[in-house]
Design a binder for this molecule. Sequence first.
Ligand code: SF4
Ligand code: SF4
Length: 266
Amino acid sequence: MTKRRGHTQAGRAAAGPGPVTGPVTDRTTAAAVTAPVQQAYARYARQAGAWIGRYQEQGGRVFCGAGCSACCNMPIRVSLAEALVTAQALTPVRAAGMAAHAEAVIRNARSARSDEEYVQRHREQVGFCPLLDRASGACTAYDARPTRCRDTFSAFPAVYCAVGTLEGMTPRERATYHREVARTPGTDGEWHFIAPLEHLSEPVWVAAARAMRQQWGLEVWGDFWVLTTLARSAEFMAEIGRGRARGAWQVAARLQLAHGAVLEIG
Ligand code: SF4
Ligand code: SF4
C-alpha cells in the first residue's frame, strides 16, 4: 500500500550524509521557483475544499483531521521547488532532524532489494517524519508541507492507513476490504484514498516543473527529506542555479546524499 506518498523511482536514496548546515539559497532567487508552487498550493486548497464540500453533501466521508498522522511514515516524493518551500520554513533544530532522516532514507535506499521492501522498511524502520509532533500528531511545518501531504485524503478510518494493517490482513479480510473500497465513492476502486483529490494536485507538479525549468534549465525530483536537506546546502543550490546537473550531483555525492533512487537531476 504505497499510494499516498507516490513512491515511484524517487522515493529512495544512498549513504549517510554529513551535516548540511548552510543557509537556504538566496531568497530572491529561490522565490522564482517557490512562488509558483505556493500559488499552486493555494489554488489546490480552494479546489480541494470545494470538492470535499460537494462530496460530503452527497454522503461521502473524509476521515483525515487534526492530529491524525498514521500516514506520516510513508515515503514522499517532491520537486526541489517544493523542498525549498519547506527548507525555508525550518529552524536549525528541525533542519538537523531532516538531515538525520535523510541519512536513514539513504541507508534504506542502498540496501533495499525492491521498491516494496524500500517502502515497507521506510515505514517501519526509517519511521515518522521528523516534522511530526508525535505528542499532538500535528505537522510542525503545516504551511510548508509538500504536495503529497496536502493531497492525501482517506475515505476509511486512519487505522487503514497505519503500517501493518493491510499487510496483516488474512486473504478473507483483504477481500472484504477491497469489496468495501470498490463500493466507496471517490476511491480508485483499489485503495481507500480519495483519488480525485490526488488528481486535483497535478497542476502543482506542473507548476513546479515549469518553474524549475525556467529558472535553472533543469528539474530536480526526489525524496522529501533528501531534497529538503540539499536545498539548505548553499553549494548544492549554487550548482543548481548555474544549471549544472553534474556539479550538483557531485556536491550531493560529497554530502552522501546522491543515489539514483532518491535524487534525479536533469
Ligand atoms: S490519510 Fe489516513 S492517517 Fe493520514 S490524515 Fe488521513 S485518515 Fe489520517
Ligand atoms: S511534512 Fe508534516 S504532514 Fe508531511 S509527513 Fe511530515 S509531519 Fe506529516
